[in-house]
Design a protein around this ligand. Structure first.
Ligand SMILES: NC(=O)c1ccc[n+]([C@@H]2O[C@H](COP(=O)([O-])OP(=O)(O)OC[C@H]3O[C@@H](n4cnc5c(N)ncnc54)[C@H](O)[C@@H]3O)[C@@H](O)[C@H]2O)c1
Ligand SMILES: [Zn+2]
Length: 429
């Protein structure tokens, strides 16, 4: 194990989360909530698939009772790109001004709303705000408008986080915009809106929840960093007691409901637990951070060739975020085991309370993960989404660009380590 031995260990961690409203019917109260902010003209941001459920329009219609004018924009791209965000921002600038933004959809719509909110309140161009080294890494100078995030998937936790994830098409790289002001002011989690999620989306976005919980739980501890000055603090502190609590609870909820939500999408109890699991994991990883599976997911998604997953828009090849994250997770946790064996075992126990622990404890979490992935129809490794051995060097290059994420891993990660993880993730079973 590469032990981190800071000369002056960190003793402080931080916790941030939006105001939150959870429960059956919570989305019916958004008009009232907005009227309390004094908002008169509101943009509702969604994507075509979610718009087809009728929910975004229902949310918009209900606002009019409170004297709020609501306009629906349904042009969010599923997994936003720099181009799609630019188009959304241009549309919003042209049709504004707006007093507030409401995102109704999955991570794609919520992240599009974050970019719109940033770029309709602040000067400059999108590229100025994208994380370095891809973009300028500039901080917003002005406050943003109120943003209410209403997730319709059970996955990303974007309703609680400070990031907007995007694909920079010209560089074939996924990166983000990250700033505390991007965090939604209110998260409205109404499990009713998640009932229409197709099985393939429930499976992929659910693996995103699971990896958020597992990666933040096994992240490098906050005490393993050098002490920061107040002005140096970042949202992601490494694993810490508060984030741990959310991750553990999220794993327990997933253990009881994940398979059921995929197979019986109309089970309101399972959907309710999945919605809570997504939020809890978001509140955990949004403060602790994620590491190797997410770092690997970026090149897997960015370098896709011709894979078309079931239940996603068919017009473009894609490896959905949660699927991309999960494909190297079993191998990544085999690799990180030695840095914190007890955490890996505990996570496996929470996820599969009835499974016996294998003789080799390092196999416990990977085995439990693979069993679940088979059961919910996740593809069998990166070969099953179109990658070959010869693609590994390019995938490794893409992962090594995600240094911000790799720095949260509980042990040092070299190019060779990542190449080995990709090679052993070609086929998972
Ligand atoms: N900002 C963050 O903190 C964060 C964290 C993780 C991932 N992400 C990003 O979020 C995106 C993925 O988001 P996602 O997994 O939530 O899915 P998504 O928003 O991409 O939606 C996936 C598909 O499901 C459909 N859909 C969503 N809800 C539905 C519903 N209730 N009924 C019917 N269809 C529905 C959408 O139309 C779309 O076709 C990626 O771009 C990923 O990088 C962001
Ligand atoms: Zn994720």
């Amino acid at each position: 194990m590469a032990a981190y031995q800071p000369a002056n260990p960190e003793s402080v961690f931080t916790y941030g989360a939006p105001h939150l409203k959870y429960g059956h019917g919570a989305a019916d109260e958004i008009g009232y909530d907005l009227s309390q902010t004094g908002a008169k003209r509101v943009l509702v941001v969604t994507d075509p698939g979610v718009a087809a459920t009728g929910n975004p329009q229902r949310v918009a219609d209900q606002m009019t009772q409170f004297g709020v004018e609501a306009v629906v924009f349904d042009g969010s791209h599923v997994e936003p790109t720099d181009e799609s965000l630019q188009q959304a921002v241009d549309w919003a600038r042209e049709h504004g001004p707006w007093d507030a933004i409401v995102a109704v959809g999955g991570g794609s719509s919520i992240d599009t709303a974050k970019a719109i909110n940033l770029m309709t309140t602040n000067p400059g161009e999108l590229m100025d705000y994208i994380n370095k080294p891809v973009g300028g890494g500039t901080s917003p100078v002005n406050p943003l408008n109120p943003l209410i995030a209403v997730p319709t998937t059970t996955g990303t936790g974007s309703e609680s986080t400070t990031i907007c994830v995007l694909d920079v098409l010209s560089l074939k790289v996924k990166t983000g915009i990250s700033h505390a002001r991007l965090r939604p002011t209110l998260a409205v989690i109404d499990p009713v809106l998640t009932l229409t999620q197709p099985a393939g989306v429930t499976a992929a976005s659910g693996m995103d929840i699971l990896c958020h919980a597992l990666e933040s739980y096994t992240a490098r501890p906050f005490t393993s960093y050098e002490r920061k000055k107040p002005e140096e603090r970042v949202p992601y502190c490494g694993s810490n007691p508060i984030a741990d609590m959310w991750a553990e609870k999220s794993l327990t909820l997933l253990s009881g409901s994940f398979r059921r939500a995929v197979r019986h999408g109309d089970d309101e109890h399972a959907r309710g637990d999945m919605a809570m699991a997504a939020t809890f994991a978001g509140m955990g990883f949004g403060n602790a951070g994620v590491h190797i599976p997410h770092a690997n997911a970026y090149p897997i998604a960015g370098q896709v060739k011709d894979f078309h997953p079931k239940d996603y828009p068919a017009d473009e090849p894609m490896v959905p975020h949660g699927m991309a994250v999960s494909l190297t997770a079993p191998e990544a946790f085999r690799f990180t085991f030695e840095a914190a064996p007890e955490r890996h075992v505990r996570a496996a126990q929470l996820l599969a309370p009835n499974a016996g622990q294998p003789v080799d404890a390092a196999e416990f979490l990977p085995t439990v993960l693979v069993d679940l992935m088979r059961d919910i129809d996740i593809p069998n490794g990166i070969a099953a989404v179109g990658f070959e051995e010869g693609d590994i060097p390019d995938l490794v290059d893409g992962t090594m660009k995600q240094q911000r994420l790799l720095a949260t891993a509980p042990r040092d990660v070299t190019e060779d380590d990542i190449a080995g993880i990709f090679r052993r993730s070609m086929h998972l079973w």
